[in-house]
Design a protein around this ligand. Structure first.
Ligand code: NAI
Length: 337
């Protein structure tokens, strides 16, 4: 009999609710029958205390070796302190595409039923270039970087994804009426790529209008292509349409490596209470299983997740239930049989 493959995966539990949701998800992944070897690393403030580095070099080496990581959220200090670990990892491994599917779960009453949106966010440049400086006291400049190369490759990713998965429409979301050069370049690149995909309808909407349109009628969109900051904001808005941040998964994809993580952050307001919803990270793990060609295991976890939501008896508080994080994980394990 053929040996089943062992997947070596870098695991970053993160902080805040990170360790709780990661533990729940790892328990479920362990029950799939897929063989795992986890290389576990701290990152951020916790890592600094132990190793004197916010991202230990062994963590970089682990991702370089394994090419795949599952990551919990990591807190980034506001207004001062160290650079975002999340942004640093995305840049380091050139994970240029941030893929975020927004779909309802069965049985869960939300603002809108049957939402099916794909958010594709450029993940390495834009306002996240991290180029800020104080010109003189009281005057700060923050430089937004848009490149032809970066814009073209994310547009190609979006169109190729759409074609492969039978999506019909792509909207570029922008503010090129004000940021004429930078957002203008992003749009020009998307338009050029669109010419090679006549089977996919291409449109453009201004970001502020888009937010209103999404709240009024999310069904008018299919796949959305956004630069870094707009993608970040619109992802959280879209999470609100289908039940909140506890649900929405994400994948940071490059040509070589991939890091799977939820859209949400470390949620310090609910950390350490065993009440966080691990669904977003679990759905990110399902994306990871598919990335690793473990389709059967992915389908099994997906089915169990849908069963638990359809029954509605063991849900976490953010979606109207009373279950704790670990109880929810128990319910998924039971549903997996
Ligand atoms: P957040 O996403 O952590 O929380 C926003 C709200 O959603 C809070 O009320 C929180 O309780 C709720 N929430 C989030 N995830 C949930 C879950 N799984 N279950 C139930 N409720 C959930 O956003 P916030 O508060 O703006 O950021 C907190 C920290 O997280 C910041 O330091 C930020 O930089 C960091 N962050 C990290 C990310 C990452 O590691 N990829 C992404 C976003 C934020």
């Amino acid at each position: 009999m053929a040996e089943t493959k062992t997947h070596k995966v870098t695991l970053i539990p993160g902080d805040g609710i990170g360790p709780e949701v990661t533990q729940a998800v790892v328990r479920i992944l362990e029950a799939t029958g897929v063989k795992w070897e986890w290389e576990r690393y701290a990152a951020g403030a916790e890592a600094f205390e132990v190793f004197g580095e916010y991202i230990p070099s062994a963590l970089y080496e682990s991702i370089e070796r394994n090419k795949v990581a599952l990551k919990g959220p990591v807190t980034t200090p506001v207004g001062s302190g160290f650079k975002s670990i999340n942004v640093t990892l995305r840049k380091k491994f050139d994970l240029f595409a941030n893929f975020r599917p927004i779909r309802n779960l069965p049985g869960l009453e939300t603002k809108y039923p049957n939402v099916d949106l794909i958010i594709i966010r450029e993940n390495t440049e834009g306002a996240y270039a991290g180029l800020e400086h104080e010109v003189i006291p009281g005057v700060v400049e923050s430089i937004k970087v848009i490149t032809e190369k970066g814009s073209t490759r994310i547009a190609k990713f979006a169109f190729e994804y759409a074609r492969k998965h039978g999506r019909k429409k792509i909207h570029s979301i922008h503010k090129a009426n004000i940021m004429k050069l930078s957002d203008g370049l992003f749009l020009r690149c998307a338009r050029k790529v669109a010419e090679d995909f006549p089977d996919i309808t291409y449109g453009e909407h201004i970001i502020d209008n888009t937010c209103m349109q999404l709240v009024m009628n999310p069904y008018q969109y299919d796949t959305m292509l956004l630069e870094n900051l707009y993608g970040d904001i619109v992802s959280d808005l879209c999470a609100g349409l289908i039940g909140g941040l506890g649900l929405v998964p994400g994948a940071n994809l490059g040509h070589d490596c991939a890091i799977f993580e939820a859209v949400h952050g470390s949620a310090p307001d609910i950390a350490g209470k065993d009440i966080a919803n691990p669904t977003a990270l679990l759905q990110s793990a399902i994306l990871m299983l598919r990335h690793l060609d473990e389709e059967a295991a992915a389908d099994r976890v997906q089915k169990a997740l849908e069963t638990v939501y359809a029954e509605g008896k063991t849900l976490t508080r953010d979606v109207g239930g009373h279950a704790g994080t670990s109880q929810f994980a128990d319910a998924i394990l039971a549903a997996m049989g």
